[in-house]
Design a protein around this ligand. Structure first.
Ligand SMILES: Cc1cc2nc3c(=O)[nH]c(=O)nc-3n(C[C@H](O)[C@H](O)[C@H](O)COP(=O)(O)O)c2cc1C
Length: 198
C-alpha cells in the first residue's frame, strides 16, 4: 500500500479482534515512530507497550472510572465522525483490557538543551505517533490515537515503573480491526490552503 492510501484510510479504529499482534509487528510500529522528524534530532521519545492482561485490567478499570461522568452526560456528536468517535471511545474505554496492545508515547523534556521547553515534548511525540498509525494502517493493523487513558497515568506509572522524567502524551490502541477502514473525512485542501498571501 502506498503511503498516501494509508493516510487516506487511516481511520481511528476502536473495535478490535482479540487476536494478539505479533511482537515483531509491534516493534515495527516503534521503528516507524522513531523514523519521524523531531526537534534537533533530540529523539526525546520513549514508548511503553502494555499487553499484559492484568495490567490492562487494572488500568482499564481506572480509565473507565475517570471517564464515567463524561459518558453519563455525554453530548451528541456534531456530525457522523464525532458521533462515531464518542460512541467508539466509550466502547474502547469499556473494553480497554480487550485491546490487544496499548502503546504509550512519552517524551523527556530535553530540547533545546540549553533551555528545555514543554512544547518540544509535544513536537517530539506527535509526529512519531502519526508515523506509527500510518505504518500500522499499511500493515492492516488498526489503531486509535487516544488521550483519555491519562486518567490512569498514576496507575501506569506505578504498575509499569515509569521513570519520573518521562511525560505521557498519547495512548495508542493497537489490534486487528473488527470494522472496515474507511476514507478519512477531512476538509478539502481548498479550504485550508493559501498560496503566498491571504
Ligand atoms: C491528539 C489526539 C487525541 C485523540 N484522543 C482521542 C481519544 O481520547 N479517544 C478517541 O476515541 N479518539 C481520539 N483521537 C482520535 C480522533 O478522535 C479522530 O482522529 C477523529 O475523530 C477523526 O476520526 P478519524 O481519524 O477516524 O477520521 C485523538 C486524536 C488525536 C490526534
Amino acid at each position: 500500500m502506498d503511503v498516501l492510501t494509508a493516510m487516506d484510510t487511516c481511520t481511528a479504529m476502536r473495535y478490535f479482534k482479540a487476536d494478539p499482534v505479533p511482537k515483531e509487528d509491534l516493534e515495527k510500529l516503534i521503528y516507524a515512530a522513531t523514523r519521524a522528524s523531531n526537534p534537533g534530532n533530540s529523539q526525546g521519545w520513549a514508548f511503553l507497550i502494555i499487553d499484559d492482561p492484568k495490567t490492562k485490567q487494572v488500568v482499564g478499570a481506572k480509565v473507565l472510572e475517570g471517564m464515567a461522568p463524561f459518558f453519563a452526560n455525554r453530548p451528541a456528536g456534531r456530525d457522523g465522525v464525532e458521533e462515531r468517535m464518542l460512541v467508539g471511545a466509550e466502547h474502547l474505554a469499556k473494553n480497554f483490557a480487550g485491546v490487544p496492545a496499548w502503546i504509550v508515547g512519552m517524551a523527556r523534556k530535553v530540547y533545546p538543551p540549553h533551555d528545555p521547553q514543554d512544547s518540544f515534548m509535544h513536537s517530539t511525540i506527535y509526529p512519531a505517533a502519526q508515523n506509527m498509525i500510518v505504518a500500522a494502517r499499511s500493515m492492516g493493523i488498526g489503531t486509535c490515537f487516544t488521550t483519555f487513558p491519562g486518567h490512569a497515568e498514576a496507575e501506569i506509572r506505578t504498575l509499569c515503573n515509569v521513570p519520573d522524567d518521562l511525560h505521557m502524551f498519547v495512548y495508542v490502541a493497537v489490534g486487528y480491526p473488527q470494522r472496515d477502514f474507511m476514507p478519512v473525512r477531512r476538509k478539502p485542501i481548498e479550504e485550508v490552503l493559501t498560496w503566498n498571501r491571504f
